[in-house]
Structures are given as structure tokens and as C-alpha cells.
Design a protein around this ligand. Structure first.
Ligand code: NAP
Length: 281
């Protein structure tokens, strides 16, 4: 568990469901994750699978209060009014009357209006913590200086090849918890066969994926790996029975390339591409 800047406790390891668009596959994957022991789920309005996540929670028989549920509002729902409507739809899909964490998905569009709506929902105790995704230092500080509630979390691309060091320094000053999306870099840059990660894991009998998750955990960074395979869902959860040495940590720190591999947030191409994505609520 990690404590957020408003006192709420959040699991350090969770399960992400990006790109699991088939309802039954998503529901089954989330059920497997819950049965394995995961208690943090990460979905988003634009993933189109909030209902499958809600169905899985219900079918698992686990009490709603024992699962930390995160979702996000997409760019098309920028602004105050649309955020309120999108939030209601998210609750309906997830079959719950509150969220543990609600995030602005992208730092584009009227994110100030979005944040005002989220602050209201937070004060009304419909959301236990609010945060952002993909906010780099300039927009993060702009948001903080313009509003009352400091984001509890910033979910960003974060893995051994993109460690977000300068952003994390800014976040630390405001006690904003880093949440790593794509902790495996979505398999890019040969992460699952990387020789350094393989050699570090070998004496512990652990895979590169497990080494990465343990490295994040030891840095107090929340991780939300995704998989649709039961054995990988289990493997990614089995990271509590070993500890990386300081020398291991230094070696992984040295893998940083200092730039994103998946989403270059300020790039013009990305801004145009992401603005064009529309989904059916
Ligand atoms: P990821 O977790 O880095 O990688 C997922 C990929 O790794 C899948 O292809 C999966 O394959 C494979 N995999 C998982 N465990 C493995 C293992 N132990 N060994 C080998 N391969 C393994 O990428 P991600 O799904 O993009 O990121 C994780 C979560 O972050 C998402 O699901 C989503 O919740 C969140 N996210 C947020 C944003 C944002 O903008 N806020 C952006 C992207 C993602 P299989 O499924 O076939 O097993």
C-alpha cells in the first residue's frame, strides 16, 4: 500500500485493462486478477470495457470496498458539464456509486473545467482521490496553481527505459504519487528478453517482468501491468517474495533512455491523433 497526499491508501500493484476490448475476455481477465489477489483495477471511459470490469467485480463476490477502482475521463468529455455526465456514465458502467480514483486521461482540451468538476465530485465524496495522467511539469504546475486540490496521482509512461526522473522530482515536491502505465513498455525495446533484466532476475528465479515490477515497488511507484493470460497475471503478482539489492537497482536505473517510447505527450502528431479519437460512451 502507498498513502496518497489526502491520506487514502492505494495498493502499489494493480491490473490494467487497456486494449482488452472483448467484453468476455476482459471480464475473465479481471476475474482472474481478482482471484489472484490484485485489488487495484485500472480502466478508462475510452477503453470501452468499464462494464466488463464492473461485471467482473460483481461476479467475483469481493466486497466493492475491498477493490480500489480507477477510471479516467477522455478528451472528448473536456470541460465541466461533459465531465459530470461522463462520470455518471462511468459509475453506471462499473455498477458502483463511487470511484476510488478518477483521472484526467490527457492534458489536452479544457482540463481546468474537467478539474473543477472532479473537485466538486471529490468534495461530495463520490470520488476518494482525484488525479491526472500524462501531465508534464508545466501543465501539472499550471493545474496546481489554478485550483485548490493538488492531484493525488499522475499516471505516466514509466518503465526502465523511460524513468521520468525530472517529472518525478516535481511530483515528489507535491507528494503526487507516480503510477506507471506500460510498466513493461508494452514489450518494446526487447524488455522481456533484456539481458540486464534477465541476469538480475536469474539468481532469484524471476523473469524480467517480475524484476521490473519489483524495481517499481521498491521505488514506491504504483504499477498496473496488463495481461490476458492467467499464468502471466499470476507471475506479475508474485513479486513479494524477493528483494532487489542496491546494486540491482542501480543497474536498472542505468537502463533509462531519458525519453518516452510509446507516447510523446507534447508532440504535435500525438496531440492531433489523440484529439481525433472518439468512442461511444
Ligand atoms: P504493459 O502492461 O507494459 O504491457 C502489456 C503487454 O505485456 C501485453 O502485450 C501483455 O501480453 C504482455 N505481458 C504482460 N505480462 C507479461 C509477462 N509476464 N511476460 C511477457 N509478456 C507479458 O502495457 P499497457 O497495457 O499499455 O499498460 C498497462 C496499463 O496501463 C494499461 O492496461 C492501462 O490500464 C494503463 N495505461 C494507461 C495509459 C494512460 O494514458 N493513462 C496509457 C496506456 C496504458 P498478454 O496480454 O498477451 O499477456
Amino acid at each position: 500500500m502507498i498513502q496518497l497526499n489526502n491520506g487514502v491508501n492505494m495498493p502499489l500493484l494493480g491490473f490494467g485493462v487497456f486494449q482488452i476490448t472483448d467484453h468476455d475476455l476482459c471480464k475473465q481477465s479481471v476475474l482472474t486478477a481478482l482471484q489472484t489477489g490484485y485489488r487495484l483495477l485500472d480502466t478508462a471511459a475510452c477503453y470501452g470495457n468499464e462494464r466488463a470490469v464492473g461485471d467482473a467485480i460483481r461476479e467475483s463476490g469481493i466486497e466493492r470496498d475491498d477493490v480500489f477502482v480507477t477510471s479516467k475521463v477522455w478528451i472528448q468529455d473536456a470541460g465541466y458539464e461533459k465531465t459530470r455526465t461522463s462520470f455518471e456514465k462511468t459509475l453506471e458502467n462499473l455498477q458502483t456509486d463511487y470511484l476510488d480514483l478518477y483521472l484526467i486521461h490527457m492534458p489536452y482540451g479544457d482540463y481546468h473545467g474537467r478539474w473543477r468538476a472532479m473537485e466538486e465530485l471529490y468534495r461530495a465524496e463520490k470520488i476518494r482521490a482525484i488525479g491526472v495522467c500524462n501531465f508534464l511539469p508545466d501543465r501539472l504546475i499550471d493545474l496546481i496553481l489554478s485550483h485548490d486540490v493538488v492531484p493525488a496521482v499522475n499516471q505516466v509512461e514509466l518503465h526502465p527505459f523511460c524513468q521520468q526522473r525530472s517529472l518525478r522530482q516535481v511530483m515528489e515536491a507535491y507528494r503526487i504519487v507516480p503510477m506507471a502505465w506500460a510498466p513493461f513498455a508494452e514489450g518494446q525495446h526487447g524488455l522481456f528478453t533484456d539481458p540486464v533484466l534477465t541476469a538480475i532476475g536469474s539468481p532469484y528465479g524471476k523473469s524480467p517482468a517480475q524484476v521490473v515490477l519489483r524495481w517499481l515497488q521498491q521505488k514506491q511507484i504504483v504499477a498496473i501491468p496488463k495481461s490476458v493470460h492467467a499464468e502471466r497475471i499470476q507471475q506479475n503478482f508474485d513479486v513479494d517474495d524477493f528483494a532487489l539489492s542496491p546494486a540491482d537497482m542501480v543497474q536498472i536505473d542505468a537502463l533509462d533512455l531519458g525519453h518516452s517510447l510509446i507516447l510523446d505527450v507534447p508532440s504535435l502528431n500525438e496531440v492531433y491523433r489523440l484529439h481525433a479519437i472518439r468512442f461511444e460512451p
